[in-house]
Design a protein around this ligand. Structure first.
Ligand code: NAI
Ligand SMILES: O=C(O)C(=O)[C@H](O)COP(=O)(O)O
Length: 372
């Protein structure tokens, strides 16, 4: 079996070497000629999987994307060809939620507000929106959920309309990109909707760049209006609207989901799906490969819950590191380079904390590994 895999899929060799011959490729450069003999294709979000890529191939049986999003895959085409397809739902949802939490802590420091007095509007209550809501619950922060599709499907949570979300202090977007239908998300935040937001609000996009009309956002910010902006994702990646960067509070290179655990979980999920397809027993698990985390643990403790939690969040992940890299290096290195060479980042669960430390229950509920 010939398995072609994106070189940016961690632990691909560890998981897939028993299946056959492994051939790595650069995600944006893969050609139809190159993969004409592939039996299995493992991609990330930057490879467009469609007829153009696959028309020379007659042997393909399985395509997997080690990502949550699958807008880069023409599923109808794969179906017609009888090729099995899977994505990795939820693989990096914790990572995205922790990115948002870290960004919120930065904004707390920068704008000096009490997070517990704010309401967060979560648009899209699927895997990432839900993980975020759980962390907000753990910390006692108010939020509203907006997800008309889940609401219609009978999800038992309480939902709000987009109009209600627009009144929230902070808005965090967690929807897939969709181009049509009643609930399409392409340019969901267009000039009209953006102009309804005040300069007291915070808007966070860590789902897909095209959910916000970036040009409209730029024009609004240029007129010194509009909310504080945190952008991990951009329209037209990798060619981002660099003019927008100085108007944003936090900017990163589509890395919200790039915790080591999040990326590696994606690989593990593809391993499980391929094993099932070829009737191979599941013999490997992610925990075998993940290194022990080397996280320097600060010694600031406080009876103040917000202060304590902020320190522990920053011990594991301070999004300002990635914002700095992005602002300083985007002109020198490419967007893709920054993503491919992303420094190791772990999830809260990688930090072992003693129960003796302040606010152990809050930290445990936020996902830290609090040992009795
Ligand atoms: N920045 C990053 O590194 C990452 C970005 N993503 C992006 O985030 C998106 C969301 O991820 P998940 O939560 O895991 O996906 P999911 O599929 O579990 O949840 C998405 C939710 O959005 C809802 N939705 C769709 N249209 C909507 C609308 N118009 N208004 C409100 N809700 C709507 C759906 O009903 C669904 O419940 C992915 O599709 C992907 O594009 C995902 C992981 C990492
Ligand atoms: O899972 C998703 O969806 C994401 O957005 C991933 O973080 C994308 O990562 P790459 O596939 O672009 O490396």
């Amino acid at each position: 079996m010939k398995i072609f895999y994106d070189e940016n899929i961690p632990y691909a060799k560890e998981f897939f070497s028993d299946f056959g011959e492994l051939v790595p490729f650069a995600g944006r450069e893969l050609s139809a000629e190159q993969i004409k003999e592939a039996d299995v294709l493992l991609v990330r979000s930057i490879t467009k999987v469609n007829e153009q890529l696959l028309h020379l191939n007659t042997s393909l049986k399985f395509v997997g994307t080690a990502t949550i999003g699958f807008d880069h895959v023409d599923q109808n085409y794969l179906k017609q060809r009888g090729v099995v397809f899977t994505n990795a739902p939820g693989c990096n949802a914790i990572s995205v939620a922790e990115y948002v939490l870290s960004a919120l802590m930065v904004m707390v420091e920068r704008l000096d507000f009490d997070l517990k007095t704010k309401t967060i509007g979560i648009v899209g209550a699927g895997n990432t929106g839900t993980r975020l809501s759980e962390k907000l619950d753990a910390f006692g922060i108010n939020y509203l959920l907006c997800d008309p599709l889940l609401e219609k499907a009978g999800d038992s949570r309480t939902f709000s309309s987009l109009k209600e979300i627009l009144g929230c202090d902070i808005i965090s977007l967690h929807v897939p990109i969709t181009q049509k239908g009643d609930h399409r998300t392409f340019h969901m935040f267009d000039d009209l909707l953006l102009s309804e937001l005040s300069n007291q609000q915070i808007l966070i996009n860590s789902c897909r760049g095209e959910v916000i009309n970036n040009q409209a956002l730029l024009q609004l910010k240029k007129s010194q209006k509009g909310p504080h902006i945190i952008l991990d994702v951009w329209e037209n990646e990798p060619n981002v609207l660099t003019e927008l960067i100085p108007y944003c509070e936090i900017t990163t290179a589509h890395i919200a989901g790039y915790s080591l655990e999040g990326k590696a979980r994606g690989t593990e999920m593809l391993y499980q799906a391929l094993s099932k397809l070829v009737n191979k027993p599941i013999e490997k698990q992610l925990e075998q490969f993940l290194p022990k985390a080397e996280i320097e643990y600060g010694n600031q403790h406080s009876q103040n819950e917000l202060f304590s939690v902020k320190q522990r969040v920053f011990d594991v992940y301070d999004v300002r590191r990635d914002d700095k890299i992005f602002r300083e290096q985007l002109n020198i290195k490419s967007f893709d380079y920054l993503r491919k060479n992303y420094p190791v980042r772990r999830e809260f669960s990688a930090l072992e904390l003693s129960v003796q430390q302040c606010w152990p229950d809050t930290l445990k509920n936020l996902g830290f590994n609090v040992k009795d």
